[in-house]
Design a protein around this ligand. Structure first.
Ligand SMILES: [Zn+2]
Ligand SMILES: [Zn+2]
Length: 155
């Protein structure tokens, strides 16, 4: 069966389809993500750029300041400005897709909770999902197949 997760922006000018399951799913509670989303955390599905099929529209990058100083470009619908994915660190082969833009945002659940040191106090983390005060060891947590995909995507 083909992998069928589709999503898009609020005005539907941007529509996309994911070509496979993501490598890993982050729930990030850092201050950058809180400010940029205006919410408690962000949900990112990490996937190869070439596995995102753009069905319509042309998301445009907007560079945002970060606490770490690393570059972060948020790709937004030019019409309604919904953020559909991010490029962290100017790595053209990797995208962080905003799970809230999926037609079925329940289709993907976080594999890890990160930067919980700035988690809002009323957010209760689920048992059994790894969580870290800051970042974490990709090597220790990701499945071997996902690490291999990441290596290939980064060239
Ligand atoms: Zn739009
Ligand atoms: Zn974050």
């Amino acid at each position: 069966m083909a992998y069928e997760l589709e999503g898009g922006c609020a005005c539907a000018a941007v529509r996309y389809r994911l070509g496979s399951e993501p490598m890993f799913v982050h729930c990030c509670h850092c201050r950058d993500c809180q400010r940029q989303t205006g919410s408690a955390f962000v949900l990112n599905a990490i996937i190869e750029t070439d596995r995102i099929a753009l069905l319509s529209g042309d998301p445009q990058p907007v560079s945002v300041p970060t606490d770490s100083g690393r570059p972060h470009d948020i790709y937004r619908c030019p019409a309604c400005q919904t953020a559909v994915w991010s490029d962290y660190g100017r790595r053209p082969g990797l995208r962080f897709v905003r799970i809230g833009t999926l037609d079925d945002p329940a289709a993907l659940t976080p594999d890890v909770h990160i930067y919980t040191r700035s988690k809002l106090p009323w957010v209760v983390l689920p048992e059994g999902v790894p969580s870290f005060e800051a970042y974490y060891s990709t090597r220790a947590l990701w499945p071997a197949a996902s690490l291999e995909r990441r290596r290939a995507a980064l060239g």
